[in-house]
Design a protein around this ligand. Structure first.
Ligand code: SAM
Length: 203
């Protein structure tokens, strides 16, 4: 039931968020190859930014989202293969992928270090990991105090999502040749997730 509610919630959130993310995602996804590995695509919130005719390999452990992903891919003129596994252990071969995408992913995974190790393993040299994530607000801020207060109930309500995750730290510790991070504030009334980053990491 939690997963089913999650699919419905993700579709609602996509409708709410897409306007806020549009400019950022258009820039982030401006130059994509025609084959994309996306981790945790949920209901396919990013598919509208991929060039028509692209092929997406979607790693999505929530099987209840798979039919929505297939439908969204068809609607956007994409072909898709869906793999129901976790990004902590990817089936792809080492150094075989040009671009990996993950948005609002690293907040939700069990082990961000393991996921980023896998991302670095499967990317070819020069390959890119593109991400948008909500992150822990600056430590002494009122926003951070609220994130700490709400973290427990938030985790139970949103399938393990961690409001206080230090995602920038995980990205900088991973084995990328270059890590580009921009901080921004998402203009959403859902205030615990206003602190966000957009990341462009090169292997
Ligand atoms: C908050 S949703 C974000 C969905 C979508 N990427 C977006 O930007 O709207 C988190 C997604 O990550 C998936 N997920 C959670 N843990 C995962 C893991 N260990 N490996 C891969 N995906 C995971 C969830 O099933 C869900 O689809």
């Amino acid at each position: 039931l939690l997963d089913e509610c999650n699919v419905a919630a993700l579709r609602l959130l996509d409708r709410h968020f897409d306007g806020h993310y549009r400019r950022i995602k258009r820039e982030l996804f401006a130059e994509l190859p025609t084959s994309i590995l996306e981790l945790g695509p949920g209901t396919g919130a990013n598919f509208r930014y991929y060039p028509r005719g692209s092929h997406v390999v979607a790693v999505e452990p929530n099987r209840l989202a798979h039919h929505v992903l297939r439908r969204e891919a068809r609607r956007r003129g994409l072909t898709i293969d869906i793999i129901a596994c976790e990004a902590e252990a990817l089936p792809q071969e080492t150094a075989s992928i040009g671009v990996v995408v993950g948005t609002l992913l690293l907040c939700s995974v069990r082990d961000p270090g393991a996921v980023l190790r896998e991302v670095c393993r499967v990317l070819r040299p020069g390959g890119r990991f593109l991400a948008v994530e909500h992150v822990a607000a600056p430590p002494a801020s009122a926003a951070h105090a609220w994130q700490r207060r709400l973290a427990g109930v938030w985790r139970s309500l949103f399938n393990g999502c961690d409001l206080c995750r230090e995602t920038e730290h995980w990205l900088r510790r991973a084995d990328f040749a270059d890590v580009g991070i921009e901080h921004f504030t998402l203009a959403t009334p859902i205030f615990p997730i206003r602190s966000q980053i957009v990341a462009r990491c090169t292997r």
